[in-house]
Design a protein around this ligand. Structure first.
Ligand code: CS2
Length: 486
Protein backbone atom coordinates (compact mmCIF):
# COMPACT_ATOMS: atom_id res chain seq x y z
CA UNK A 1 0.00 0.00 0.00
CA UNK A 2 1.19 3.49 -0.91
CA UNK A 3 1.61 6.53 1.30
CA UNK A 4 -1.13 9.11 0.57
CA UNK A 5 -3.61 11.37 2.37
CA UNK A 6 -5.93 8.36 2.62
CA UNK A 7 -3.34 6.20 4.34
CA UNK A 8 -1.90 8.86 6.68
CA UNK A 9 -3.83 7.48 9.65
CA UNK A 10 -2.22 4.05 9.22
CA UNK A 11 1.24 5.37 10.04
CA UNK A 12 2.87 3.84 13.09
CA UNK A 13 3.02 5.76 16.29
CA UNK A 14 6.02 8.04 16.66
CA UNK A 15 6.06 9.13 13.02
CA UNK A 16 5.54 12.90 12.84
CA UNK A 17 2.48 13.99 10.85
CA UNK A 18 1.31 17.36 9.53
CA UNK A 19 -0.45 19.39 12.23
CA UNK A 20 -2.85 20.75 9.58
CA UNK A 21 -5.18 19.18 7.04
CA UNK A 22 -3.18 18.88 3.79
CA UNK A 23 -6.44 18.86 1.81
CA UNK A 24 -7.12 22.44 2.92
CA UNK A 25 -3.88 23.97 1.66
CA UNK A 26 -3.79 26.43 -1.21
CA UNK A 27 -0.74 27.44 -3.24
CA UNK A 28 1.25 30.57 -2.40
CA UNK A 29 4.75 29.46 -3.42
CA UNK A 30 6.02 28.11 -6.72
CA UNK A 31 9.33 26.35 -6.25
CA UNK A 32 11.58 25.78 -9.26
CA UNK A 33 13.87 22.76 -8.87
CA UNK A 34 11.96 20.40 -6.57
CA UNK A 35 14.88 18.13 -5.70
CA UNK A 36 15.90 16.45 -2.47
CA UNK A 37 17.44 19.60 -1.02
CA UNK A 38 14.24 21.65 -1.29
CA UNK A 39 12.25 18.80 0.25
CA UNK A 40 14.61 18.58 3.24
CA UNK A 41 14.85 22.33 3.73
CA UNK A 42 12.41 25.04 2.55
CA UNK A 43 9.48 22.59 2.30
CA UNK A 44 10.13 21.50 5.91
CA UNK A 45 10.34 25.03 7.33
CA UNK A 46 7.11 25.81 5.45
CA UNK A 47 5.42 22.60 6.62
CA UNK A 48 6.04 23.70 10.21
CA UNK A 49 4.04 26.93 9.86
CA UNK A 50 1.12 25.92 7.62
CA UNK A 51 -1.22 25.31 10.55
CA UNK A 52 -1.39 29.07 11.17
CA UNK A 53 -1.76 29.99 7.49
CA UNK A 54 -2.71 27.29 4.96
CA UNK A 55 -2.35 29.69 2.00
CA UNK A 56 1.38 28.96 1.61
CA UNK A 57 1.26 25.50 0.06
CA UNK A 58 3.98 24.77 -2.49
CA UNK A 59 3.75 23.97 -6.17
CA UNK A 60 6.96 22.05 -6.94
CA UNK A 61 8.31 22.34 -10.47
CA UNK A 62 10.93 20.10 -12.07
CA UNK A 63 12.76 21.86 -14.87
CA UNK A 64 14.15 18.67 -16.37
CA UNK A 65 12.72 15.24 -15.60
CA UNK A 66 9.27 13.99 -14.56
CA UNK A 67 10.74 11.68 -11.84
CA UNK A 68 9.71 13.71 -8.80
CA UNK A 69 6.22 14.37 -10.13
CA UNK A 70 5.79 10.69 -10.99
CA UNK A 71 6.91 9.63 -7.52
CA UNK A 72 4.97 12.17 -5.46
CA UNK A 73 1.74 12.80 -7.34
CA UNK A 74 0.25 9.37 -6.47
CA UNK A 75 1.12 10.18 -2.83
CA UNK A 76 -0.72 13.55 -2.89
CA UNK A 77 2.69 15.21 -2.60
CA UNK A 78 3.40 13.56 0.78
CA UNK A 79 6.84 12.17 1.52
CA UNK A 80 8.89 10.97 4.47
CA UNK A 81 11.81 12.89 5.91
CA UNK A 82 14.28 10.67 7.75
CA UNK A 83 16.46 12.67 10.13
CA UNK A 84 19.43 10.69 11.39
CA UNK A 85 22.80 10.78 13.08
CA UNK A 86 24.89 8.62 15.43
CA UNK A 87 22.38 9.23 18.21
CA UNK A 88 19.28 7.95 16.43
CA UNK A 89 16.65 8.62 13.84
CA UNK A 90 13.25 10.23 13.48
CA UNK A 91 10.64 10.03 10.73
CA UNK A 92 8.41 12.90 9.74
CA UNK A 93 5.74 13.22 7.04
CA UNK A 94 5.92 16.43 5.07
CA UNK A 95 2.72 17.72 3.49
CA UNK A 96 3.60 21.20 2.21
CA UNK A 97 4.02 20.21 -1.45
CA UNK A 98 0.52 20.17 -2.90
CA UNK A 99 1.09 20.30 -6.64
CA UNK A 100 3.83 18.89 -8.89
CA UNK A 101 4.59 20.06 -12.41
CA UNK A 102 7.15 18.96 -14.96
CA UNK A 103 8.15 22.03 -16.98
CA UNK A 104 9.33 20.39 -20.23
CA UNK A 105 6.04 18.49 -20.50
CA UNK A 106 3.81 21.46 -19.89
CA UNK A 107 5.54 24.85 -19.70
CA UNK A 108 2.17 26.57 -20.01
CA UNK A 109 0.91 25.06 -16.73
CA UNK A 110 4.04 26.32 -14.97
CA UNK A 111 3.67 29.84 -16.40
CA UNK A 112 -0.01 29.92 -15.45
CA UNK A 113 0.79 28.89 -11.89
CA UNK A 114 3.59 31.47 -11.61
CA UNK A 115 1.34 34.20 -13.01
CA UNK A 116 -1.57 33.29 -10.69
CA UNK A 117 -2.43 36.14 -8.28
CA UNK A 118 -2.19 33.79 -5.25
CA UNK A 119 1.46 33.02 -6.08
CA UNK A 120 3.43 35.47 -4.01
CA UNK A 121 6.85 33.82 -3.85
CA UNK A 122 8.88 32.01 -6.51
CA UNK A 123 11.73 30.18 -4.81
CA UNK A 124 14.58 28.31 -6.49
CA UNK A 125 17.02 25.46 -5.92
CA UNK A 126 18.29 25.00 -9.45
CA UNK A 127 21.96 24.42 -8.54
CA UNK A 128 24.79 26.74 -9.52
CA UNK A 129 24.61 25.92 -13.20
CA UNK A 130 20.88 26.75 -13.36
CA UNK A 131 21.73 30.48 -13.20
CA UNK A 132 23.30 30.29 -16.68
CA UNK A 133 25.93 32.73 -15.51
CA UNK A 134 29.64 33.05 -15.80
CA UNK A 135 30.83 31.77 -12.40
CA UNK A 136 33.90 34.02 -12.33
CA UNK A 137 31.97 37.28 -13.00
CA UNK A 138 28.38 36.48 -11.97
CA UNK A 139 27.07 37.89 -15.29
CA UNK A 140 24.51 36.16 -17.53
CA UNK A 141 26.17 33.89 -20.09
CA UNK A 142 24.38 35.20 -23.15
CA UNK A 143 25.67 32.33 -25.29
CA UNK A 144 24.28 29.66 -22.96
CA UNK A 145 22.17 27.32 -25.13
CA UNK A 146 19.13 27.59 -22.82
CA UNK A 147 19.33 31.39 -22.83
CA UNK A 148 19.64 31.51 -26.61
CA UNK A 149 16.65 29.15 -26.82
CA UNK A 150 14.54 31.16 -24.37
CA UNK A 151 15.19 34.46 -26.14
CA UNK A 152 13.99 32.88 -29.36
CA UNK A 153 10.98 31.16 -27.71
CA UNK A 154 9.99 33.42 -24.82
CA UNK A 155 6.61 31.73 -24.40
CA UNK A 156 8.04 28.22 -24.19
CA UNK A 157 11.07 28.68 -21.97
CA UNK A 158 13.47 26.03 -20.69
CA UNK A 159 15.56 27.86 -18.12
CA UNK A 160 14.39 29.14 -14.74
CA UNK A 161 15.31 32.63 -15.91
CA UNK A 162 13.14 32.32 -19.02
CA UNK A 163 10.20 31.15 -16.89
CA UNK A 164 10.60 33.97 -14.38
CA UNK A 165 10.71 36.73 -16.98
CA UNK A 166 7.78 35.38 -19.00
CA UNK A 167 5.69 34.94 -15.83
CA UNK A 168 6.52 38.50 -14.71
CA UNK A 169 5.51 39.80 -18.15
CA UNK A 170 2.16 38.01 -17.88
CA UNK A 171 1.56 39.41 -14.41
CA UNK A 172 2.14 42.96 -15.63
CA UNK A 173 -0.29 42.46 -18.50
CA UNK A 174 -2.88 41.14 -16.02
CA UNK A 175 -2.21 43.96 -13.53
CA UNK A 176 -0.82 41.64 -10.84
CA UNK A 177 2.13 42.75 -8.72
CA UNK A 178 5.41 40.82 -9.19
CA UNK A 179 6.18 37.89 -6.90
CA UNK A 180 9.22 37.90 -4.64
CA UNK A 181 12.10 35.84 -5.98
CA UNK A 182 13.87 33.67 -3.43
CA UNK A 183 17.11 32.01 -4.48
CA UNK A 184 18.11 29.12 -2.20
CA UNK A 185 21.27 28.02 -3.98
CA UNK A 186 24.84 28.01 -2.69
CA UNK A 187 26.00 31.17 -4.41
CA UNK A 188 27.41 34.29 -2.77
CA UNK A 189 24.73 37.05 -2.76
CA UNK A 190 22.39 34.60 -4.46
CA UNK A 191 19.55 37.16 -4.52
CA UNK A 192 21.73 39.70 -6.33
CA UNK A 193 23.05 37.13 -8.79
CA UNK A 194 19.48 36.07 -9.58
CA UNK A 195 18.26 39.63 -10.01
CA UNK A 196 21.23 40.46 -12.21
CA UNK A 197 20.70 37.54 -14.61
CA UNK A 198 16.92 38.05 -14.67
CA UNK A 199 17.29 41.79 -15.40
CA UNK A 200 19.83 41.19 -18.14
CA UNK A 201 17.63 38.54 -19.74
CA UNK A 202 14.61 40.88 -19.54
CA UNK A 203 16.68 43.65 -21.12
CA UNK A 204 17.57 41.34 -24.00
CA UNK A 205 13.86 40.65 -24.48
CA UNK A 206 12.63 44.27 -24.36
CA UNK A 207 13.30 47.58 -22.65
CA UNK A 208 9.87 47.59 -20.95
CA UNK A 209 10.60 44.27 -19.32
CA UNK A 210 14.00 45.50 -18.17
CA UNK A 211 12.32 48.26 -16.14
CA UNK A 212 9.98 45.72 -14.62
CA UNK A 213 12.80 43.35 -13.68
CA UNK A 214 14.59 46.25 -11.99
CA UNK A 215 11.65 46.71 -9.65
CA UNK A 216 11.41 43.15 -8.34
CA UNK A 217 12.68 42.09 -4.93
CA UNK A 218 15.06 39.20 -4.62
CA UNK A 219 16.28 38.78 -1.04
CA UNK A 220 19.48 36.80 -0.52
CA UNK A 221 19.47 33.65 1.61
CA UNK A 222 21.89 31.28 3.25
CA UNK A 223 20.65 27.69 3.26
CA UNK A 224 22.21 24.74 5.02
CA UNK A 225 21.31 21.10 5.47
CA UNK A 226 23.20 18.03 4.28
CA UNK A 227 20.97 15.90 2.04
CA UNK A 228 22.49 12.84 0.34
CA UNK A 229 20.70 11.37 -2.69
CA UNK A 230 18.09 8.74 -1.75
CA UNK A 231 18.98 5.14 -2.60
CA UNK A 232 16.85 2.02 -3.14
CA UNK A 233 17.97 0.62 0.17
CA UNK A 234 16.72 3.84 1.84
CA UNK A 235 13.34 3.25 0.15
CA UNK A 236 13.22 -0.30 1.45
CA UNK A 237 14.11 0.75 4.98
CA UNK A 238 11.37 3.40 4.95
CA UNK A 239 8.78 0.93 3.65
CA UNK A 240 9.72 -1.45 6.47
CA UNK A 241 9.38 1.26 9.13
CA UNK A 242 6.13 2.74 7.79
CA UNK A 243 4.36 -0.38 6.57
CA UNK A 244 3.57 1.81 3.53
CA UNK A 245 5.49 2.50 0.37
CA UNK A 246 7.02 5.89 -0.23
CA UNK A 247 8.48 6.22 -3.74
CA UNK A 248 10.79 9.06 -2.76
CA UNK A 249 11.68 9.56 0.91
CA UNK A 250 14.38 12.09 1.80
CA UNK A 251 17.40 11.39 4.02
CA UNK A 252 18.96 14.15 6.08
CA UNK A 253 20.74 15.23 9.27
CA UNK A 254 19.26 16.97 12.34
CA UNK A 255 21.03 20.28 11.60
CA UNK A 256 19.22 22.88 9.51
CA UNK A 257 19.76 26.58 9.00
CA UNK A 258 18.11 29.27 6.90
CA UNK A 259 19.03 32.94 7.03
CA UNK A 260 16.98 35.30 4.84
CA UNK A 261 16.86 39.03 4.10
CA UNK A 262 13.36 40.13 5.07
CA UNK A 263 12.06 41.78 1.90
CA UNK A 264 8.74 40.26 0.77
CA UNK A 265 6.36 42.92 -0.59
CA UNK A 266 3.52 40.39 -1.03
CA UNK A 267 4.09 38.73 2.33
CA UNK A 268 5.63 35.43 3.38
CA UNK A 269 5.00 32.46 5.69
CA UNK A 270 5.78 33.02 9.38
CA UNK A 271 9.04 31.12 8.90
CA UNK A 272 10.59 32.76 11.98
CA UNK A 273 8.32 30.48 14.05
CA UNK A 274 10.15 27.50 12.56
CA UNK A 275 13.60 28.84 13.40
CA UNK A 276 14.44 30.87 10.28
CA UNK A 277 16.68 33.82 11.06
CA UNK A 278 15.83 37.09 9.31
CA UNK A 279 18.87 39.32 8.92
CA UNK A 280 19.57 42.64 7.20
CA UNK A 281 22.58 41.30 5.44
CA UNK A 282 23.12 37.62 4.81
CA UNK A 283 26.31 38.06 2.78
CA UNK A 284 28.51 37.43 5.81
CA UNK A 285 26.61 34.24 6.74
CA UNK A 286 26.74 33.09 3.16
CA UNK A 287 30.48 33.60 2.90
CA UNK A 288 31.08 31.75 6.15
CA UNK A 289 29.02 28.80 4.98
CA UNK A 290 30.41 28.66 1.44
CA UNK A 291 34.04 28.97 2.48
CA UNK A 292 33.93 26.72 5.56
CA UNK A 293 31.29 24.08 4.85
CA UNK A 294 31.23 23.92 1.06
CA UNK A 295 34.95 24.65 0.58
CA UNK A 296 35.74 21.77 2.95
CA UNK A 297 33.12 19.55 1.36
CA UNK A 298 34.57 19.94 -2.13
CA UNK A 299 38.13 19.43 -0.91
CA UNK A 300 37.25 16.29 0.96
CA UNK A 301 35.11 15.00 -1.90
CA UNK A 302 37.91 15.20 -4.51
CA UNK A 303 40.70 13.99 -2.23
CA UNK A 304 38.43 11.36 -0.70
CA UNK A 305 37.20 10.03 -4.04
CA UNK A 306 40.77 9.77 -5.35
CA UNK A 307 41.79 7.91 -2.18
CA UNK A 308 38.93 5.43 -2.66
CA UNK A 309 36.47 6.79 -0.07
CA UNK A 310 32.88 6.37 -1.18
CA UNK A 311 31.23 8.59 1.42
CA UNK A 312 32.06 11.77 3.32
CA UNK A 313 32.21 9.84 6.61
CA UNK A 314 34.70 7.40 5.06
CA UNK A 315 36.73 10.29 3.66
CA UNK A 316 36.82 11.89 7.12
CA UNK A 317 38.25 8.65 8.52
CA UNK A 318 41.24 8.66 6.14
CA UNK A 319 44.41 9.33 8.13
CA UNK A 320 45.18 13.04 7.87
CA UNK A 321 41.87 14.14 6.34
CA UNK A 322 40.29 15.57 9.46
CA UNK A 323 43.45 17.48 10.34
CA UNK A 324 43.67 18.83 6.78
CA UNK A 325 40.03 20.00 6.79
CA UNK A 326 40.25 21.45 10.30
CA UNK A 327 43.42 23.31 9.29
CA UNK A 328 41.90 24.54 6.04
CA UNK A 329 38.97 26.01 7.95
CA UNK A 330 40.85 27.42 10.92
CA UNK A 331 44.12 28.65 9.41
CA UNK A 332 43.23 29.49 5.83
CA UNK A 333 39.50 30.19 5.37
CA UNK A 334 38.41 31.70 8.70
CA UNK A 335 40.85 34.66 8.59
CA UNK A 336 39.23 35.78 5.31
CA UNK A 337 35.73 36.05 6.79
CA UNK A 338 34.05 39.30 7.83
CA UNK A 339 33.18 39.48 11.55
CA UNK A 340 29.80 38.00 12.45
CA UNK A 341 28.69 39.35 15.78
CA UNK A 342 27.39 36.82 18.25
CA UNK A 343 28.70 33.88 16.27
CA UNK A 344 31.26 31.50 17.77
CA UNK A 345 33.31 30.52 14.73
CA UNK A 346 35.30 27.86 16.58
CA UNK A 347 32.08 26.15 17.65
CA UNK A 348 30.72 26.44 14.11
CA UNK A 349 33.84 24.71 12.75
CA UNK A 350 33.71 21.96 15.38
CA UNK A 351 30.07 21.39 14.48
CA UNK A 352 30.96 21.06 10.81
CA UNK A 353 33.55 18.37 11.55
CA UNK A 354 30.97 16.52 13.61
CA UNK A 355 28.39 16.81 10.81
CA UNK A 356 30.90 15.51 8.24
CA UNK A 357 31.53 12.49 10.49
CA UNK A 358 27.79 11.62 10.70
CA UNK A 359 27.97 7.82 10.45
CA UNK A 360 24.35 7.40 9.35
CA UNK A 361 24.39 9.60 6.25
CA UNK A 362 25.81 7.90 3.19
CA UNK A 363 26.73 11.12 1.43
CA UNK A 364 28.74 10.10 -1.60
CA UNK A 365 31.94 11.95 -2.44
CA UNK A 366 30.94 11.53 -6.10
CA UNK A 367 27.73 13.49 -5.47
CA UNK A 368 29.57 16.48 -4.01
CA UNK A 369 32.24 16.25 -6.72
CA UNK A 370 29.61 17.12 -9.36
CA UNK A 371 29.71 20.48 -11.13
CA UNK A 372 33.10 21.50 -9.74
CA UNK A 373 33.55 24.13 -12.44
CA UNK A 374 30.49 25.92 -11.07
CA UNK A 375 31.37 25.46 -7.41
CA UNK A 376 35.08 26.15 -7.10
CA UNK A 377 34.99 29.94 -7.60
CA UNK A 378 32.88 30.64 -4.49
CA UNK A 379 34.10 27.69 -2.42
CA UNK A 380 37.89 27.84 -2.83
CA UNK A 381 39.08 30.38 -5.39
CA UNK A 382 37.68 33.50 -3.68
CA UNK A 383 39.34 32.42 -0.43
CA UNK A 384 42.65 31.88 -2.23
CA UNK A 385 42.35 35.32 -3.85
CA UNK A 386 41.96 36.89 -0.39
CA UNK A 387 44.91 34.92 1.00
CA UNK A 388 47.10 35.99 -1.94
CA UNK A 389 46.15 39.64 -1.34
CA UNK A 390 47.05 39.30 2.33
CA UNK A 391 50.34 37.56 1.49
CA UNK A 392 49.34 34.50 3.55
CA UNK A 393 49.71 30.77 2.84
CA UNK A 394 46.93 28.74 1.25
CA UNK A 395 48.50 25.29 0.72
CA UNK A 396 45.46 23.29 1.81
CA UNK A 397 43.10 25.29 -0.41
CA UNK A 398 45.49 24.81 -3.34
CA UNK A 399 45.51 21.08 -2.64
CA UNK A 400 41.69 21.12 -2.88
CA UNK A 401 41.84 22.84 -6.28
CA UNK A 402 44.58 20.48 -7.50
CA UNK A 403 42.49 17.49 -6.40
CA UNK A 404 39.62 18.83 -8.52
CA UNK A 405 42.05 19.16 -11.45
CA UNK A 406 43.11 15.57 -11.01
CA UNK A 407 39.53 14.33 -10.60
CA UNK A 408 37.93 16.30 -13.45
CA UNK A 409 40.63 15.10 -15.85
CA UNK A 410 38.56 11.92 -15.75
CA UNK A 411 40.97 9.15 -14.73
CA UNK A 412 41.38 7.84 -11.20
CA UNK A 413 44.61 6.72 -9.54
CA UNK A 414 44.27 3.26 -11.06
CA UNK A 415 43.74 4.74 -14.53
CA UNK A 416 40.04 3.89 -14.58
CA UNK A 417 37.52 6.35 -16.03
CA UNK A 418 35.70 8.61 -13.57
CA UNK A 419 32.07 9.49 -14.34
CA UNK A 420 32.65 13.25 -14.20
CA UNK A 421 29.37 15.20 -14.08
CA UNK A 422 29.98 18.82 -14.96
CA UNK A 423 28.55 21.16 -17.60
CA UNK A 424 32.15 21.56 -18.79
CA UNK A 425 33.19 17.90 -18.54
CA UNK A 426 33.77 17.51 -22.28
CA UNK A 427 35.62 20.80 -22.54
CA UNK A 428 37.88 19.84 -19.62
CA UNK A 429 38.57 16.40 -21.08
CA UNK A 430 39.51 18.07 -24.37
CA UNK A 431 41.93 20.36 -22.58
CA UNK A 432 43.70 17.98 -20.20
CA UNK A 433 42.82 14.33 -20.74
CA UNK A 434 45.94 13.57 -22.77
CA UNK A 435 48.35 15.63 -20.70
CA UNK A 436 50.55 14.02 -18.05
CA UNK A 437 52.90 16.71 -16.75
CA UNK A 438 51.43 18.69 -13.86
CA UNK A 439 52.73 22.02 -15.30
CA UNK A 440 50.93 21.50 -18.56
CA UNK A 441 47.73 20.30 -16.90
CA UNK A 442 47.63 23.35 -14.63
CA UNK A 443 48.32 25.71 -17.54
CA UNK A 444 45.56 24.15 -19.60
CA UNK A 445 43.05 24.54 -16.75
CA UNK A 446 44.09 28.13 -16.18
CA UNK A 447 42.94 29.02 -19.70
CA UNK A 448 39.34 28.54 -18.43
CA UNK A 449 38.80 32.16 -17.51
CA UNK A 450 35.12 31.70 -16.76
CA UNK A 451 36.40 29.79 -13.69
CA UNK A 452 39.81 31.30 -12.93
CA UNK A 453 39.48 34.98 -13.77
CA UNK A 454 42.34 36.68 -15.63
CA UNK A 455 44.07 37.91 -12.44
CA UNK A 456 44.17 34.53 -10.78
CA UNK A 457 45.14 32.78 -14.01
CA UNK A 458 48.11 35.14 -14.41
CA UNK A 459 49.32 34.82 -10.81
CA UNK A 460 52.68 33.01 -10.86
CA UNK A 461 52.62 32.06 -7.17
CA UNK A 462 49.15 30.54 -7.52
CA UNK A 463 50.24 28.56 -10.57
CA UNK A 464 53.28 27.28 -8.71
CA UNK A 465 51.24 26.21 -5.69
CA UNK A 466 48.87 24.26 -7.94
CA UNK A 467 51.70 22.59 -9.84
CA UNK A 468 53.32 21.53 -6.58
CA UNK A 469 50.11 20.07 -5.16
CA UNK A 470 49.16 18.34 -8.39
CA UNK A 471 52.64 16.84 -8.78
CA UNK A 472 52.32 15.41 -5.29
CA UNK A 473 48.91 13.93 -6.08
CA UNK A 474 50.35 12.27 -9.20
CA UNK A 475 53.52 11.02 -7.50
CA UNK A 476 52.32 9.94 -4.07
CA UNK A 477 48.56 9.65 -4.59
CA UNK A 478 45.83 11.19 -2.48
CA UNK A 479 45.99 8.86 0.55
CA UNK A 480 49.74 9.37 1.03
CA UNK A 481 49.40 13.14 0.48
CA UNK A 482 46.77 13.23 3.20
CA UNK A 483 48.86 11.17 5.63
CA UNK A 484 51.40 13.97 5.76
CA UNK A 485 48.76 16.05 7.62
CA UNK A 486 48.04 13.37 10.24
C1 CS2 B 1 27.49 19.97 -1.08
C2 CS2 B 1 26.25 20.75 -0.65
O1 CS2 B 1 26.84 18.77 -3.00
C3 CS2 B 1 27.52 19.69 -2.57
O2 CS2 B 1 28.24 20.37 -3.31
O3 CS2 B 1 28.62 20.69 -0.69
O4 CS2 B 1 25.11 20.31 -1.27
C4 CS2 B 1 26.08 20.73 0.87
O5 CS2 B 1 25.75 19.45 1.33
C5 CS2 B 1 25.03 21.72 1.31
O6 CS2 B 1 25.37 22.99 0.83
C6 CS2 B 1 24.89 21.73 2.82
O7 CS2 B 1 24.09 22.78 3.20
Amino acid sequence: MRLSRQTLDRLPEGVGKPDYDPARLSIGIVHLGIGAFHRAHQAVFTDAVLASDPSWGICGVSLRSPDTRDALQPQDGLYTLKIQDGEGERLQMIGSVVELLCAPENPEAVLARMAHPATRIVSLTITEKGYCHNPATGMLDENHPDIVHDLENPQRPRSAIGFIVEALARRVTAGIAPFTLLSCDNLPSNGHVLKRVVTRFAELRSTDLAGLAQSITSPSTMVDRIVPATTDSDRQAIAASLGLEDAWPIMTEPFRQWVIEDDFPLGRPAWQEAGVVFADDVAAFEMMKLRLLNGSHSTLAYLGYLAGAETVAEAMALPGMEALIAGLMREEASPTLPPLSGLDLAAYRADLLRRFRNPRLRHRTWQIAMDGSQKLPQRLLGTIRDRLKAGKPYDRLALGVAAWMRYARGLDEQGRAIDVRDPHAARIAGLVRDLVEPERIVDAYLTMQDIFDADLAANAAFREALVKALAQLFEAGSAATLRAYA
